[in-house]
Ligand binder design. Structure first.
Ligand code: ADP
Ligand code: MG
Length: 447
């Protein structure tokens, strides 16, 4: 006689609970594994009500779970053991309207904040967002696979988890597997070591939606690539949805086999670019709302203009602001406090760059006079260097918009905002302008 180990039994229960959420019941915790003999697993149940519920709804899920956990062909039989009936188990628990299985999101490791409603759409991520929404509305039907790429902190994980949550909301019985590629690799290594490849394959090839985050982690892992290749093919042939993310396009993942690269390109490849200033501001406002924070507009602007490439850092800055405000007796966050939270002194300059230095480098590089920059003339030849000065003052010093405007001939804060935006846009679109700006910034840092 073979007693089933606790580990295997909890794997089976875990499988049924995650992969067959609608039929799972709270009282499954009371079930006990009996013996596993000649491919037949006995499961002991407390009473007749449970028995009939299990026989009617749960035979297949438990068979699948047992096969996944043991890696063998196993059938399952339920039998009543009245001694298990320690607390009254109301028959209502076997009623067709199930309590939602609470552990599900924990097991899937989904962040409840990562839903579409909390995602800010801008020009940088419009296609990626739209394709994720489309996939979540009809998995397997529109883009397969869907491949999202972009650098760290730009929202890939957020979008991938939003797909999971939307799919599960719409149709709770969908078998969803979401994981980081690292977990996939580790599971695979473990399965090889334990000789449990059959179970591993069963686990990954019997899903409706497979989402693997940070697939670049497959680089230089030959055997896992091979395994993933077969997983991919099986699911693809069954029209099951596959969603992948990476920090670069498929062809740029080093040492990824060509057959995988080409498959990753079969469906839709969508990029997420760094967010522009407006999108960064909108993201900050969204995060403020989620945290019930209230910040003045110039603070939002300060954060958005200082932190550009990684949205995660924006969130970090918001947390720091909140922390510092709390330390100071919950005083409202103003621009001075915000500058300190970002690691700058009250006078502003993080690298002790002064507006005068900016003006002197800009006048030199653009061949204009200092008096012109501070004067009222609006000709194009003056307007651009003046806007560049305002932009750099905004970026590199801690002065407020009004202070900067005042410096440049008594202009108000909207002029500075406008200048900042124009320069930012041009910086993104015009390569030679960008490199000119970078040279100026480098000169300022050295001075
Ligand atoms: P990645 O996986 O690309 O490294 P994440 O998805 O982990 O990035 O995003 C980092 C943080 O930034 C998360 O808290 C996420 O909610 C937030 N974030 C990124 N982009 C957006 C966006 N467009 N709207 C709202 N939040 C965003
Ligand atoms: Mg991520």
């Amino acid at each position: 006689m073979n007693e089933l180990s606790d580990v295997v039994w909890s794997d089976i229960l875990g499988y049924v609970r995650t992969q067959h959420r609608p039929i799972a019941r709270a009282w499954f915790g009371q079930l006990q594994a009996g013996t596993l003999e000649q491919g037949r697993l006995t499961i002991r149940v407390a009473n007749e009500a449970q028995l009939s519920y299990l026989r009617e709804h749960c035979v297949r899920p438990f068979i699948e779970g047992a096969q996944a956990a043991t890696g063998h062909l196993v059938t399952v039989e339920f039998s009543v053991s009245p001694e298990l009936d320690v607390e009254p188990v109301g028959t209502q628990q076997a009623s067709p309207e199930p309590p939602r299985f609470e552990g599900e999101s924990v097991l899937l490791h989904l962040n409840p904040d990562y839903v579409f409603e909390n995602f800010v759409v801008g020009p940088c991520n419009r296609l990626a967002h739209a394709s994720c929404v489309a996939v979540s509305e009809s998995p397997g039907a529109v883009y397969n696979p869907l491949f999202i790429h972009g650098s760290a902190g730009l929202g890939k994980t957020h979008l991938l988890q939003a797909i999971c949550q939307k799919v599960l909301d719409r149709s709770p019985s969908t078998r969803v597997t979401y994981m980081s590629c690292e977990t996939f690799v580790n599971h695979f290594i473990e399965a090889v070591e334990k000789g449990a490849l059959h179970g591993f394959r069963y686990r990954y090839r019997h899903v409706d939606l497979l989402i693997v985050d940070d697939i670049q982690f497959l680089a230089a892992r030959e055997r896992t690539q091979e395994e993933f290749f077969h997983t991919f093919n099986t699911l693809y042939q069954l029209h099951k949805q596959i969603v992948l993310s990476a920090d670069c396009r498929p062809s740029e993942i080093p040492t990824l086999e060509e057959r995988l690269t080409s498959r990753f390109n079969w469906g839709l490849v969508a990029a997420i670019d760094p967010p522009c200033l407006e999108t960064r501001m909108a993201i900050i406002r969204k995060k403020m709302k989620m945290r019930d924070m209230d910040l003045p507009e110039d603070v939002v602007m300060l954060l958005a203009s200082r932190i550009k490439s990684n949205t995660r850092e924006l969130e970090g800055a918001l947390s720091r602001l909140r922390g510092i405000a709390a330390l100071e007796g919950n005083r409202p966050v103003d621009i001075a406090l915000a500058r300190r939270a970002l690691g700058h002194d009250d006078q502003g300059s993080p690298r002790h760059i002064h507006i005068q230095e900016i003006m002197s480098v800009v006048t030199e590089r653009f061949g204009v006079k200092l008096s012109d920059l501070q004067g009222r003339r609006r000709s194009r030849s003056i307007a651009l260097p003046r806007q560049v000065c305002m932009y750099l003052a905004r970026e590199l010093t801690g002065h407020s918009l009004n202070e900067i405007g005042g410096f440049f001939g008594g202009r108000d804060h909207t002029t500075v905002l406008h200048a900042h935006k124009l320069v930012e846009q041009r910086r993104e679109q015009d390569v030679s302008f960008r490199s000119r700006l970078e040279q100026i910034e480098a000169a300022l840092r050295q001075s």
